[in-house]
Design a binder for this molecule. Structure first.
Ligand code: PHE
Length: 373
């Protein structure tokens, strides 16, 4: 079925995204049905003909679009033009090379023609942030460890000193895999709520001393808004050896924050609670946006809520109860000690790049993501 250009009345970003998306899908459908050179030419002409081709028709609507929609519309149109010519050209080449395809009817390949430049993409800002943060710790001698996103109750909670029915579990509600009521609780599967289970998994495999950073995705029962998402990203750290103290924790994290945010940031530790660390703390860095004053030229500093401090991570000394679960692999709580920390990569990316809505990271709008290309 040949595509007909709809008459646009709604010029909102959503409607444009939909309309241009439909056009792309329609083109692909038409190309899929091509079985001969003449059919391929017909598709090409229908889309690309100067006079009344699909692109021309859309272009005509650009002229009558309301003023404030013109810029977005123009960007989408340019992108569509590029897509259409690439797809149509690419299809031609594809069928030329395919055995039994249009090779015969289209003649030989002209190797003197310029190639098709395919966009190569770029690293997502959250993964970039995560990689850069991990690199800071790698330079201190830490290794990268990873673990499964679908986790058992045992690793996500029990071995981290959240006993069944402990109220601390309420702060980390998540999705559970259905139909597991016949299994013992510790074997039931869920989407991990933090990267901390990888602490246990790694200590089961590697004897102390150990120094690891753990990047990964986690899930929680948080409805999406400008600062929350049911799926987000953490970076966890764990160091265990003989005689590790809270001083080591503070020194390491202070150094890491200066490396990451710049040497002028200060850190501050405030008491907190996590079942798997004791004592526990939240670490703040002095606001790298207003320099810690709580004010900017334009008025009050919003990212730090005018306090001059930004909360970055949770941390603490590994609770001896956690070591009990991996005691047989050399983690005798009377002989070793350690610290752990965990931070949200999404939040750090948000602050670092001055993005005001977390959802922008997950919508997949290329115009937003292109800023990191
Ligand atoms: N896992 C904790 C969280 O997700 C963060 C944390 C990690 C705290 C390690 C202390 C030590 O909230």
């Amino acid at each position: 079925m040949a595509y007909t250009v709809p008459k646009l009345t709604d010029y909102s970003a959503e409607s444009l995204l939909k309309t241009f998306g439909h056009a792309k899908l329609a083109l692909r459908d038409e190309l899929h049905e091509v079985t001969s050179e003449s059919e391929w030419k017909a598709v090409r002409d229908r889309w690309m003909a100067r006079k009344n081709g699909v692109l021309t028709q859309i272009n005509d609507q650009l002229r009558t679009a309301p003023k404030d929609a013109k810029r977005d519309f123009g960007q989408y149109l340019n992108e569509l033009k590029q897509y259409v010519s690439q797809e149509i050209e690419g299809w031609n080449r594809f069928v030329e090379n395919a055995p039994g395809g249009l090779a015969g009817s289209l003649g030989s390949v002209d190797i003197s023609l310029p190639g098709i430049r395919r966009p190569i993409g770029a690293e997502h800002p959250i993964l970039k942030t995560s990689r850069e943060m991990c690199a800071v710790f790698q330079r201190l001698g830490y290794s990268i460890a990873e673990g499964p996103v679908i986790e058992t109750d045992y690793y996500n909670f029990e071995a981290l000193n959240f006993p069944p029915n402990h109220p601390a579990r309420d702060t980390q509600d998540t999705l559970f895999i259905a139909g597991q009521s016949s299994k013992p609780q510790r074997e039931r599967l869920l989407l991990r709520t933090h990267t901390s289970p990888v602490q246990i998994r790694t200590m089961e495999k590697i004897r102390p001393p150990i120094r690891i950073v753990i990047p990964g995705t986690v899930h929680r029962n948080d409805p999406p808004d400008a600062s929350h998402s049911p799926m987000f990203h953490q970076i966890e750290g764990l160091a265990v050896d003989t005689n590790i103290t809270f001083g080591d924790l503070k020194g390491t994290l202070d150094h890491a924050m200066k490396e990451f945010f710049g040497s002028s940031v200060k850190t501050s530790f405030r008491p907190s609670f996590f079942p798997f660390t004791e004592p526990s703390a939240e670490m703040f860095v002095s606001c790298f946006i207003c320099g810690g004053s709580g004010r900017r030229e334009s008025g009050p500093c919003r990212p730090c809520k005018q306090t001059g401090w930004i909360e970055i991570l949770g941390c603490g000394m590994v609770d001896p109860n956690v070591f009990e679960f991996v005691k047989d692999n050399g983690y005798d709580p009377r002989k070793v000690s350690g610290f752990a920390f965990g931070m949200g990569a999404d939040r750090i990316a948000l602050l670092k790049y001055g993005v005001d809505d977390l959802q922008l990271f997950f919508n997949g709008d290329v115009r937003f993501l292109q800023q990191w290309a």
